[in-house]
Design a protein around this ligand. Structure first.
Ligand SMILES: N[C@@H](CCC(=O)N[C@@H](CS)C(=O)NCC(=O)O)C(=O)O
Length: 201
């Protein structure tokens, strides 16, 4: 979705995530973090972590700005990225990994099944907080569409299909999600496998 918004096209290679191809060599020789995505540059440098990839691509392709077009905008976007990932999306993902996803993740990382419900509740606390702040705003970072909308949209889109739907009482987040889902980049970047499990974008 980020690439599509930027108008960037890159060659790509798919790995069998369910089969754990990302958790063993040769992938882990390149990205010892063992997760996807990773971006391999022509000189062999490998950049993992989605936000690091976004920031790299933004520096190389500043327009349209999805981080920001000046220092103030970039700082504001990064502030929101931290809030959204630390307060919401990491809790959504770990809540999933430690419960519905445990069969996939139990041999990949230390799982804390006893923490799953608490993590899911923390994510809901974060969404409740955000719902109020979104009142009167189109996007998470005020009135600018940024990488933060992409991060939160992809997380809430995926997680709704695996046991953590949005709370319909969060009217502002529900409206925001529909707004982001309506962007052509959401639909055109959707992997056929993701569409099969009910994702919108
Ligand atoms: N912190 C990483 C998390 C990446 C992540 O969770 N990737 C998932 C796919 S979207 C993955 O590789 N899952 C399989 C696994 O962890 O083995 C990032 O932001 O890029």
């Amino acid at each position: 979705m980020f690439l599509t918004e930027k108008g960037i096209s890159l060659p790509s290679e798919e790995l069998d995530l369910m089969g754990g191809e990302n958790r063993r060599p040769p992938y882990t020789d390149k990205n010892p973090g063992g997760q996807m995505p990773a971006l391999e540059l022509e000189d062999g440098t490998v950049i993992a972590e989605t936000v690091a990839i976004f920031e790299y691509l933004e520096e190389k392709n500043p327009s349209p700005a999805l981080v920001g077009s000046n220092a103030e905008e970039r700082a504001e976007t990064r502030m929101w990225q931290r809030r959204i990932e630390l307060g919401i999306t990491e809790n959504l993902y770990n809540g999933f990994r430690y419960s519905q996803g445990i069969e996939i993740f139990k041999d990949r990382m230390r799982c804390l099944p006893e923490a799953a419900d608490g993590l899911k509740a923390k994510a809901q606390d974060g969404l409740e907080w955000l719902d109020k702040l979104l009142e009167g705003h189109d996007f998470v970072v005020g009135d600018r569409f940024t990488m933060v909308d992409i991060i939160l949209f992809c997380a809430t889109d995926f997680i709704a299909g695996v046991g953590q739907p949005l709370n319909p009482e969060h009217k502002n987040i529900t409206a925001w999600k529909e707004r982001i889902a309506a962007r052509p980049s959401a639909t055109s970047s959707l992997h056929p496998g993701a569409a099969e499990v009910g994702m919108q974008g």
